[in-house]
Design a protein around this ligand. Structure first.
Ligand SMILES: Cc1cc2nc3c(=O)[nH]c(=O)nc-3n(C[C@H](O)[C@H](O)[C@H](O)COP(=O)(O)OP(=O)(O)OC[C@H]3O[C@@H](n4cnc5c(N)ncnc54)[C@H](O)[C@@H]3O)c2cc1C
Length: 405
């Protein structure tokens, strides 16, 4: 194993954690990290939060260049992989460099979903996925008084709260009847909506966009079924798609994500995939899942490292996620699905509570609002496979701590 060459294509959270886990397992020399971006892997979550609150806030790299040097990892920055030849076990970089590998890991993340009716390069339309995106937006930020967000997803709502708190007029256009409908329960959706509205964010639900008007290279007006909005700056937050271009061209199995098995191996025996770009088996009934979260990226990286080093380890996650929207901290363990039985646990005030969701007495998902301790205890319940009774969790006088080992 020591002499095998491992190439990681990515440069985000999953790739950085994989490097760290491989170093812990004694690998390091013989690892190549191939990055599209011109910065070392960095923390993405602050980009929609602290990065705008504090103009001095810089990009936080996960590991310094000296760390990569110390461990013998060769980093290829601003040099995206362009072609993967699985037959020859070669990866071609845009600089012309060709790396031979014994094992390759795709950690290519996602790219922002776009709208065909908005031309690439429209001056006042922004995305937020990368440090470069955040820098471009922050440079313009102080000159603008209002923003229109298309899409009320997690990143969009985080930005809406941040910008609103900084005194900007923010309008959110969401086509669905409720916020974050694919990820959270109706009660939590309603709470999120009310919190933003009370703070002064203008959120329009079921906002069907009919078209856009442009002046030169600027988008100036959004036509809705119910009227129009004149706009200074548009943030497009309509989700992301798995970056699977290399995998598709190489003939690897993809299905809106690079398909992997429980060991995170793709349809090629020498190629693994981790993080946001993967579609992995989730249930014994053959269901698959693609998750966009730090938990998923880091945990898959740890498991992939073990598999790359010859330990056959399965990825059996307990998904968890967090989102900070102004003063509201949402934390989730497990996955919400419709038709679960919901039990509410009140918190210290109306702005903090937890929702426990059961399927036939088995705990499936816990959503907490400003209740980090409940979230920690819920994570333990999942780890220990404990399903406390609905009566126990709904009673704020029963400490959750007493229900876990
Ligand atoms: C603004 C923002 C806020 C977020 N907040 C949260 C949060 O609060 N909580 C949470 O759990 N998650 C959050 N996320 C999601 C989280 O950041 C992602 O789930 C995580 O980054 C996924 O890690 P990854 O390594 O799979 O992908 P990424 O971190 O996206 O990294 C993928 C990397 O691969 C590179 N790449 C792509 N193609 C190639 C190629 N051909 N060659 C070389 N490199 C390539 C890309 O340039 C990118 O650098 C947030 C994301 C964003 C953008």
């Amino acid at each position: 194993m020591q002499s095998e060459t491992i190439v990681i294509v990515g440069g985000g959270h999953a790739a950085a954690q994989l490097c760290a886990s491989l170093v812990e397992l004694g690998q390091g020399p013989n690892v190549h990290l191939v990055c599209e971006e011109d910065v070392l892997p960095y923390q993405r979550p602050p980009l929609s939060k602290a990065y705008f609150k504090n103009p001095e806030e810089s990009i936080q790299t996960i590991k310094a260049q000296t760390w990569f040097d110390q461990h013998g990892i060769q980093v290829h920055l601003a040099n995206p992989a362009k072609h993967l030849d699985v037959a020859k076990k070669e990866i071609h970089l845009s600089s012309g460099l060709v790396l031979q590998y014994d094992k390759l890991v795709l950690a290519t993340g996602t790219r922002a979903r776009t709208l065909p009716s908005i031309a690439k390069g429209t001056e006042n339309v922004h995305f937020l996925r990368t440090a470069k995106d955040a820098q471009a937006l922050r440079e313009r930020f102080s000159h603008l008084s209002s923003f229109t967000l298309i899409g009320g997803g997690f990143i969009g709502l985080e930005l809406a709260a941040t910008f609103n708190a900084l005194g900007k007029k923010v309008t959110v256009l969401e086509v669905a009847p409720r916020l974050l409908a694919r990820s959270i329960s109706p009660e939590l959706s309603q709470h999120v909506l009310q919190t933003h509205l009370s703070a002064g964010v203008d959120i329009r639900m079921q906002a069907n966009i009919k078209g856009f008007e442009f002046e030169g290279h600027r988008l100036t007006r959004i036509e809705l079924e119910t009227g129009h909005i004149d706009t200074e700056c548009v943030l497009l937050g309509i989700g992301a798609v798995a970056e699977e271009t290399l995998a598709l061209e190489a003939g690897l199995k993809c299905s809106q994500g690079v398909v992997v098995d429980e060991h995170l191996r793709t349809s090629d025996p020498c190629v693994w995939a981790i993080g946001d770009c993967t579609r992995f088996p989730y249930h014994a009934n053959g269901e698959t899942l693609r998750l966009e979260s730090i938990q998923n990226a880091n945990d898959q990286a740890r498991i992939a490292a073990q598999n790359l080093c010859g330990q056959a380890t399965k990825y059996q996650p307990t998904p968890w996620f967090w989102s900070e929207q102004g003063a509201m901290r949402l934390q989730m363990v497990g996955l919400f699905e419709p038709e679960l039985t919901q039990v509410k646990r009140p918190g210290a005030n109306a702005q903090s509570f937890s929702l426990f969701h059961y399927k036939q007495d088995v705990l499936q998902c816990v959503e907490t609002v400003n209740s980090p301790m409940d979230h920690m205890m819920a994570k333990k319940m999942f780890e220990q496979k404990i399903s406390p009774s609905q009566a126990q969790v709904s009673d704020p006088n029963v400490p959750l701590k007493s229900l876990v080992a």
